[in-house]
Structures are given as structure tokens and as C-alpha cells.
Ligand binder design. Structure first.
Ligand code: XMP
Length: 326
């Protein structure tokens, strides 16, 4: 009789046994898995946990606040925020190649996270304490995919640089290791996390950085955030959140086309809507969203977002298209 209630109780008990009275650190991405993993550990060991949120400035409208305000309010977790928007913007300046953008974002993320870890380690040391554990939101399908059964290597040898100080080696706490995504959402709801967090659709780690085709700049991020917020709000208002797996909204920053607005000619950028249906993101089909919904999204975006004069719909399945554009 595997109900959400006893999943929760059992995991809380396991975490307490594993962690004892040691201190724990957990990175929050804004996504469901890390949020639920952190909330479980918080429920188990309270203030022994410190969460880290690296705000890279590539999240969608409202998402940083969901972590910094709503998640903290719902869990009472101790949160360390690293405001790194400038760092990512300057690292990405002048770069348009998708793989290069991904590498830069990944590299800067690891560096920023390690700096945050060192700050927390120093804070703990000042109280004569050590950080011993790192929480990861690994799910059962990830475990199967990587071929690691129970008892697989349990120490995270911290990435990139060889010979990192012992300070940056942690034992892993993986409270979601036995769970599927829908169970994770159910546990999250039971822990009192807001629906905006537990119901969140998949969103790539590199965020909006790979939804701007072209160079990433502050202005373009702001523009894309507005367009994306409109598209999401209209999808939700139409009651169709559950009909799509995810709906990337993409800015073609390197493309401009001619349009007309009032008495004047415009020369703006297109926004691409990429709603897809999928079971697991390995394959996908484009979602047949109602025309009146598409019309509303298009008219609102072109009216409300300066610099955008066209909205287009991606009607490509995966394969041959991927879900993201970069
Ligand atoms: P593609 O574009 O390859 O995406 O069809 C498949 C799924 O993966 C997500 N995605 C990512 N998720 N880090 C992530 O955590 C990434 O770098 C990344 N790239 C793509 C994408 O949103 C889709 O759900």
C-alpha cells in the first residue's frame, strides 16, 4: 500500500538516519525535483539544511521569486541566493553559437555554485561545523538510465578541476531515488509546495539562454520573458496546461521582418511558439492548439511586446526537430 503519505514519512525517516546531526547543502534550480528533494530534507532535519539558488538571470518571469519567496515561505528553508545575472551576461556577450552558449552557461553555473558552497562552508566552519552532505533530486528513471543500482558510487567527486579541496566532497542524499515524476509532484503537493512549483513543466537548465537564437543580451531576455509570460498565461487561461508537455517560446533575435503598425512600418523580430505533446521528451509531436488561443497569444504578443511584430508556430515533430531550438 504505497501511498504518498507513507512515501513521505519513509523518506523523512531515511534522511534523518542518513544525515544524523550533520549539515547539508542543496542546490535549487527552480524545477520540481530539486524543490521537492529540498523540502523533504527540510522536513527531516530542519535548519541543518542550507539551500543555494544561483540566479543566472535566464529564468522566466516570476520564477526567481517563486524560489526566493514562495518556496521559502512554504518550507521555512534557509536560503543562500547568489545573484549572478551580470556574470552570465558578460560571459555570454558576443556568443551566438548554441553549443558554445551551453558550455559557457554550464561552466559558469558550476563555478558560481562552488563559490556559494565555499561561502556556506566558511559560515559553518565559523560555528565549528562541517557540511557533510549534498542533496540531489535524482529520480528513479535517472538511476536506471545511468545503470546505477542501490549502493552505486555515493560520493560526488566534484567536477572539473582535479584535486579540489576535500571541503568540496560531499556524501549524496537522494530522497527521490525510488520515485517517478508523478510521485514527486504528489509528495511536493503534500509538503505544501505551491502548484506553480509542483506543476511546472520541464524547463532546460540553460534556460532562456538557449531560447534566444543569437546573442543573449539583457534587453532580449526581458523581451522574451514578456512574450513567454503572455503565452503561458493564455495557455493556462484556456485550461490547456495538461494538454501540452511543454511550450518553449523562442526569440529569433538574428531575424527581422517588415511589418506595419498604425501608420508606420516596423522592422521587428519573430517569436516562435513551440507547443509539444510528448511522453518522455525523447519523441514529440507539435500540439494542435485551438486557433482562437493561438490568435489571442499572437495578438497580445505583437501588441504588448515592443520589438516583436510577428508570431509563428512551429509544426515540426521530434524527430526531426528537437523540442528546443538550440
Ligand atoms: P530537446 O531539445 O533535445 O529537449 O528535444 C528534450 C528535453 O530536454 C530539455 N532540455 C534540457 N534540460 N538541461 C536540461 O535540464 C538542458 O541543457 C536541456 N536541453 C534541453 C528540453 O526542454 C526538453 O524537455
Amino acid at each position: 500500500n504505497w501511498t504518498t503519505g507513507n512515501i513521505l514519512e519513509e523518506q523523512v525517516e531515511r534522511i534523518r538516519q542518513q544525515v544524523g546531526d550533520a549539515r547539508v547543502i542543496c542546490g535549487l534550480s527552480g524545477g520540481v525535483d530539486s524543490a521537492v528533494a529540498a523540502a523533504l530534507v527540510q522536513r527531516a532535519v530542519g535548519d541543518q539544511l542550507t539551500c543555494v539558488f544561483v540566479d543566472h538571470g535566464l529564468l522566466r518571469e516570476g520564477e526567481a521569486e517563486q524560489v526566493e519567496r514562495d518556496f521559502v515561505a512554504a518550507t521555512g528553508v534557509k536560503l543562500y541566493v547568489a545573484n549572478e545575472q551580470e556574470r552570465f551576461l558578460s560571459a555570454l556577450a558576443g556568443v551566438s553559437d548554441p553549443e558554445t552558449k551551453r558550455k559557457i552557461i554550464g561552466r559558469e553555473f558550476i563555478r558560481a555554485f562552488e563559490e556559494a558552497e565555499l561561502a556556506i562552508i566558511a559560515e559553518a566552519a565559523a560555528h565549528g561545523e562541517k557540511i557533510k552532505f549534498l542533496v540531489q533530486g535524482t529520480l528513479y528513471p535517472d538511476v536506471v538510465e545511468s545503470g546505477g543500482g542501490e549502493g552505486a558510487a555515493n560520493i560526488k567527486s566534484h567536477h572539473n578541476v582535479g584535486g579540489l579541496p576535500e571541503d568540496l566532497q560531499f556524501e549524496l542524499v537522494e530522497p527521490l531515488r525510488a520515485l517517478f515524476k508523478d510521485e514527486v509532484r504528489a509528495v511536493g503537493a503534500q509538503l505544501g509546495l505551491p502548484q506553480e512549483i509542483v506543476g511546472r513543466q520541464p524547463f532546460p537548465g540553460p534556460g532562456l539562454g538557449i531560447r534566444i537564437v543569437g546573442e543573449v543580451t539583457k534587453e532580449r531576455l526581458d523581451l522574451l520573458r514578456k512574450a513567454d509570460a503572455i503565452a503561458r498565461a493564455e495557455l493556462t487561461a484556456a485550461g490547456l496546461d495538461n494538454e501540452v508537455w511543454q511550450m518553449p517560446v523562442v526569440l529569433l533575435a538574428d531575424v527581422r521582418s517588415v511589418g506595419v503598425m498604425g501608420d508606420g512600418r516596423t522592422y521587428g523580430h519573430p517569436i516562435v511558439l513551440r507547443p509539444v505533446s510528448s511522453e518522455d521528451a525523447m519523441t514529440a509531436d507539435w500540439s494542435r492548439l485551438p486557433y482562437d488561443l493561438l490568435a489571442r497569444i499572437s495578438s497580445r504578443i505583437t501588441n504588448e511586446v515592443d520589438g516583436v511584430n510577428r508570431v509563428v508556430l512551429d509544426v515540426t515533430s521530434k524527430p526531426p526537430g528537437t523540442i528546443e531550438w538550440e
